[in-house]
Write a protein that binds this ligand. Structure first.
Ligand SMILES: Cc1ncc(COP(=O)(O)O)c(C=O)c1O
Length: 400
């Protein structure tokens, strides 16, 4: 019998993302949206002017498939500055439609059906679906939350997750949703496993410039011994320059691995929006106006983090320390327990918009083993101080 028309088995398990559900609830109840990870302030004027200018100048037709030459060069220069590594802009840099497309292209172009892919959970939700679309098999290894609220990888657990068919590991640093910035020691442990078992590393570094503590600097996995030739480094414009809707991202990898990424990219989107690539080149070029913007955003976000951290701690949430990204992952149980004992993160997040007028995301959305995420909810602080103050006031009113 023919199967009924509709969503394929590969994707039906994923349903609609929790982000859409929580944003819909936030709209319905007029809640302060600390759920979805996008700024409620605009990107910089210079960037918008450059995009509008490139449209007016007639840069409106397809760009070269792997990226506008000026943007590929700017990304390679920026990579040289932050990593010390050289990347040939023509053979090693691929411009994509956001990091999400870069992830999909890396999975589709480099993973064979049946290959194992290790994800560290909690993980950004597109990883699991992306691996599935490529026919890969996910092996989820948890980051354990210590008593101090910090998330750590158990090296023995990671090692035992590597099997005969394991092809790749996905690393996200700075890490959404925990706010963790992986240390050089942690990355070295991952790197030595990759070298020992000949694994690819796909690193998602979209928050690379949003780190807040000098003791936890961002380290590129590709810079560790033996990693440059086996790492696909992904990043994007959206987080650093507050233009998440522009969807300009990129992949940096050896020519060999870049061929895999491009083989998929050419049939996914072929090319990324031309005028936005023109303006992205201006933002990314070292020494250009993007540097000052990124520096200021980081300072503003540090202040926002400190404010929300203090407000949530005062309410009784259990918190670790966000070192990077713009998220705080909080143990809700000391607070939700006052409403009803045993509330799950999902129940608490459905309760919040209606009764507190604030929206958050249940962390179970970032886990394969959902039960591990139930005690946790994620708040985003990429918001104006006014929004955050209003959110904190509402939470205090209903939860204290
Ligand atoms: C870890 C991580 N990777 C990728 C993305 C998506 O990036 P883009 O908008 O460039 O596709 C996000 C967005 O929230 C993210 O948090």
């Amino acid at each position: 019998m023919r199967r009924p028309h509709g969503v394929t088995g590969r994707l039906s398990a994923y349903g609609t993302t929790i982000f859409a559900e929580m944003t819909a609830l936030a709209v319905k109840h007029g809640a302060v949206n600390l759920a979805q990870g996008f700024p409620d302030f605009d990107g910089p004027e210079f960037l918008k002017e450059a995009a509008a200018g490139s449209m007016r100048a007639g840069h409106n037709q397809y760009a070269r498939s792997h990226g506008l030459p000026a943007l590929n060069r700017a990304i390679a220069e920026s990579w040289k500055r932050s990593s010390g590594l050289s990347a040939d802009p023509d053979t090693m840099v691929t411009v994509t439609s956001g990091c999400t497309e870069a992830l999909a292209a890396a999975f589709l172009g480099l993973i064979e059906p049946g290959d194992g892919v290790i994800l560290l959970e909690p993980f950004y939700d597109s990883y699991h679906a992306g691996v599935s679309m490529a026919g890969g098999v996910v092996k989820a290894v948890p980051l354990h939350r210590g008593k101090d609220g910090e998330f750590r990888l158990d090296p023995a657990e990671l090692r035992s997750a590597v099997g005969q068919r394991t092809r790749a590991i996905v690393v996200n640093t700075p890490h959404n949703p925990t706010g963790k910035v992986f240390t050089r020691d942690e990355l070295s442990m991952i790197a030595s496993l990759c070298v020992e078992h000949d694994l690819l590393a796909i690193t998602d570094e979209v928050y690379e410039r949003l780190t807040f503590d000098a003791a936890f600097p961002h380290v590129h996995l590709a810079t560790l011994p033996g990693m440059a030739e086996r790492t696909v480094t992904l990043s994007s414009l959206g987080k650093t320059f507050s233009v998440t809707g522009w969807k300009v991202g990129w992949a940096i990898a050896s020519p060999e691995l870049s061929r895999g990424v491009r083989a998929a990219h050419q049939f996914l989107t072929f090319a990324t929006s031309t005028p936005f690539q023109h303006s992205a080149a201006l933002a990314v070029t070292p020494g250009g106006p993007g540097d000052g913007y990124a520096r200021q955003l980081r300072a503003d976000l540090r202040e926002a983090r400190d404010f929300l951290h203090a407000a949530l701690t005062d309410l009784g949430f259990g918190l670790g320390r966000t070192r990077g990204t713009y998220f705080i992952l909080a143990d809700h149980r000391p607070v939700s327990g006052r409403i009803r004992a045993g509330m799950t993160g999902r129940e608490f997040c459905r309760w919040l918009p209606e009764h507190a007028g604030v929206a958050a995301i249940p962390a179970s959305a970032f886990y394969e083993h959902k039960e591990l995420g139930e005690p946790l909810v994620r708040f985003a602080f990429c918001k104006t101080m006014e929004t955050l103050r209003e959110g904190a006031t509402r939470l205090r009113r209903s939860l204290k």
